[in-house]
Each structure stands twice: as C-alpha cells, then as structure tokens.
Design a protein around this ligand. Structure first.
Ligand SMILES: *Cc1c(COP(=O)(O)O)cnc(C)c1O
Length: 428
C-alpha cells in the first residue's frame, strides 16, 4: 500500500489561521458564544441590503475530515470542489492535508491559488473542453478520467503526458438520490474496456487506473462492493492486454454524514474496507503501488454550513400565514425538497433573544416562498410556524452541499454573492 494520507500541508496553510479564504475566523467555544456571534452578525447585516448569509463552522470540517481518515486510513480523499467552492472551506481542507477533485478550469485555479501543488489534484471530469485540457497541461495537473475514444483524441493532442483513469458505471446505483450513470462511465465488461485500452495504447497514452461514482447521497452501500468488483475486472482486463501501469483505484464520492446520522458513513466505510480486502488483497499489502483515492463532496460540507434567511414579506389569510424569505428555489434550495427544508428550519426573532416566548408557543399553518416572481419558488408549505414578522429570520441547518453552488442570478437575486462568515467551534 502506498503511504498514508497524513498530508504534507503547504507551509503557507495553517488550520488555526485567523483568516481563511480571505475571511476572518471567529473562535466560538460555548453555545452562548455562537449565539452572540449570530446576533452580532445579524445586527451588522442590518446595515446592508437584506441578504441571507451562511455561517461555516470549521470545527465541523475538522471533525468530518478526522472521521474520514480514521475510518478509511488506506484511502486518500480528494474533496469534490463543485459541491461547495467556498474559499475558507477549500483552505481548511488543504491545511488538513486533503487532496482535490476539480471538474473545470476555474476549480483548478481556485485550488492552485491556495498554494496546493498540482499533483494533489485530479481533474475528474470525463468530458472536458479543449481549453480546459490545455490549461491543465500548462499548470501540471496530470491525472484525469475518460470514458470515450473521442476524449482520448483530445488528450493525445493537448495533454499527452496526462495519466488516465477509465470511468466505469457502478453495476448498481439505484440507491442514490442523484445517480450519475446515465451520463458517465462505460460498462466494466471487456467488450467496452478493451477498445478504450487499445485506443489509449495506440495513442501513446497511459491508462493507470479505474474510477467510479455510486451516485450522490447514496443509500445502498453494497453499491461500493459491486463497483469495486467491477473495477477489479477492469484491472484484470488491462493485465491481460499487457498493461502493467494500473496503480490507481478511485472510489468516487457518495458518502453522507449528518449530525443526526453518523451510522451511514460507518456502514459505508466497513463495506468499502471489506470489498478492498476481498478484491485487491495483494495490492493492500505494504510495498504495493496501488493508490486508493476517494472524491467526497457532500460528506465534508453538508453539516458544516448553516443558512440564515430573513423574512422580507408576509401575508395573513385568516389562520394561514405566507412568508417570503430572501433565498429560495433559484438560490440555495434548488435541491432541497419540502420535507428536508422543514426539518432544517428554525425560526429566529431578535426580539425574543433568539430563544423564548413572544407568543412563540402558538403556531400557524405556514407557507414559505423564495424571493423571485416564479410561483414555483416555494421553499415549503404545510408546516406550522409561530407568528413571525418581516425582519425576523428563518435558519436552515445542514445547508453545505450543493446549495449556494447551484444557485442562479434569476430575477437579480445573486446566489453567488451570499456572504459566508467563518467560525471555529471546539467540536473536534
Ligand atoms: C459530484 C462528484 C463527486 C462528489 O460527490 P458527492 O456525492 O457529493 O460525494 C465526486 N466525484 C465526481 C466525479 C463527481 O461528479
């Protein structure tokens, strides 16, 4: 087994730095300190337009990173930047020793800007624009994925030194909330693999391994076992063709971790460990050159971010309450369905010192809309909330994964401009 991912953080990066990604980091040890930080941030925001804001807790990121390394010590994580490209998060992960999965030129730029060396980046997009391939060649990002002969043509022409992983479809990704196999990956059987390996060989390109992704927000972790078995079949096919360069197994992302459910990751980790021992036993022995990598996105982000939205409008219909908040379906909530939004939501009123009374015990059937003029911009309905007023707040927990990163500028509500404040709790 290749050396473990202790990480050799660049000397420029310090996890306990007072500034991360250009943001000041506030240490909050007690719950009261966090409450006070939220309160002062809200008061400060009131001098500006009513825009929502995020709070990123780096203490949570550290806990999650340590979980990942302790449960899967033989695997080198590459954080999937697309999930949430917040600079403070990227810098914290870089300081922890994480590697990165970038899928475009600007994601590579963002990671290199932190002082991370290009050999800690995999360009994990099987279908890349030529200009981005040229950029990767220029800056020395020399590992990418592919699943077609056409992609090989582009790489041969513009980045012939790049090492390649064949992206295969996991045999079963039916348990994933967002499966990816309709778009990416070839079947692991020789009839699809052999032509790709032969075309690479004929082009003088090095295929060095296999990549898969069992789908985002996976629930059936046996999918990892099936996919690791399929990857093994590809290693064997390559060996039969005389390819002795196969040395990378990329098990992708799909891991989830929430404050309330720590079991799912432990279950996934033990299935992965068993499957690696079953299908790659020799390769896991000391001295073997196999490098196993992963590409967690959701895992490192989901529970680290909390979203604070302000109520900007209200309408009363008898016992019904309609509220408008300043973020919605065209912003952070694109992938958050009603049930999830309700589960994440807590009302917050400054008048009540963020906690008690002001008639908070009486509740009304409430509907919450986003700020744009589309009627479909509804965050949730059919949920009871206390009587709230314009300028009160709704707080949404566990909003780090595919939220701000997926939002638009529809109707002039610019999701990318939502500010993030950074705290470090002692949850490590
Ligand atoms: C999106 C993506 C990831 C991250 O997936 P999560 O489910 O968020 O862990 C990893 N690898 C690739 C290739 C992806 O497209």
């Amino acid at each position: 087994m290749a050396s473990c991912p202790k990480g050799t953080p660049s000397t420029l990066l310090h996890l306990d730095a007072q500034v991360m990604g250009g943001q000041r980091v506030t240490t909050v040890v007690t719950k009261e300190e966090l409450t006070e930080f939220v309160r002062s941030t809200i008061l400060k925001r009131q001098e500006f337009d009513e825009v929502p804001f995020y709070i990123l807790d780096l203490g949570v990121v550290v806990t999650l990173y340590n979980q990942m390394i302790s449960k899967l010590p033989m695997i080198h994580p590459h954080y999937a930047v697309k999930c949430n490209p917040e600079p403070a998060l990227l810098e914290a992960l870089a300081a922890l020793g994480s590697n990165f999965d970038c899928a475009s030129r600007s994601e590579i730029e963002a990671v290199l800007a932190l002082g991370v060396s290009p050999d800690r980046i995999i360009y994990a997009n099987p279908c890349k624009p030529v200009s981005h391939i040229k950029y990767a060649a220029n800056v020395g990002v020399n590992l990418t994925t592919f699943d077609s002969v056409e992609e090989l043509h582009k790489i041969r022409k513009w980045h012939p030194k790049c090492d390649l992983l064949i992206r295969i479809k996991p045999p079963d990704d039916s348990g994933a909330k967002h499966p990816l196999d309709s778009k990416y990956g070839v079947d692991h059987h020789p009839q699809e693999i052999v032509p790709l390996l032969e075309a690479a060989e004929a082009s003088g390109l090095s295929v060095v391994g296999v990549a898969f992704h069992i789908g985002s927000a996976a629930t059936k972790f046996a999918a990892y076992r099936g996919a690791i078995a399929a990857a093994k079949a590809v290693f064997e096919t390559a060996a039969r063709l005389g390819n002795n360069k196969m040395r990378v197994l990329d098990i992708g992302g799909g891991f989830s971790f929430t404050n309330s459910n720590t079991k799912s990751f432990q279950e996934a980790a033990s299935i992965i460990k068993e499957a690696l021992h079953a299908y790659f036993p020799n390769e896991l022995l000391p001295g073997s050159s196999l490098r196993v990598i992963s590409e967690p996105g959701r895992f490192f982000t989901y529970s680290a971010f909390t979203l604070y939205t302000q109520i900007i409008g209200k309408r009363v219909h008898g016992e019904m309450r309609n509220y408008w908040i300043n973020d919605g379906k065209y912003g952070s909530f694109d992938w958050v369905n009603y049930d999830e939004a309700i589960a994440k939501c807590t009302p917050l009123t400054l008048a009540s010192s963020l906690t008690t009374s002001k008639g908070l015990s009486r509740t009304y059937n409430s509907k919450v809309f986003g700020p744009t003029c589309d009627a479909a911009d509804e965050v949730f309905s059919g949920h009871k909330l206390p009587e709230l007023e314009v300028t009160d707040w709704l707080v949404f927990s566990e909003m780090g994964a595919y939220t701000r990163a997926r939002g638009t500028n529809f109707n002039g509500y610019n999701t990318a401009a939502i500010p993030t404040y950074v705290v470090r709790s002692n949850r490590t």
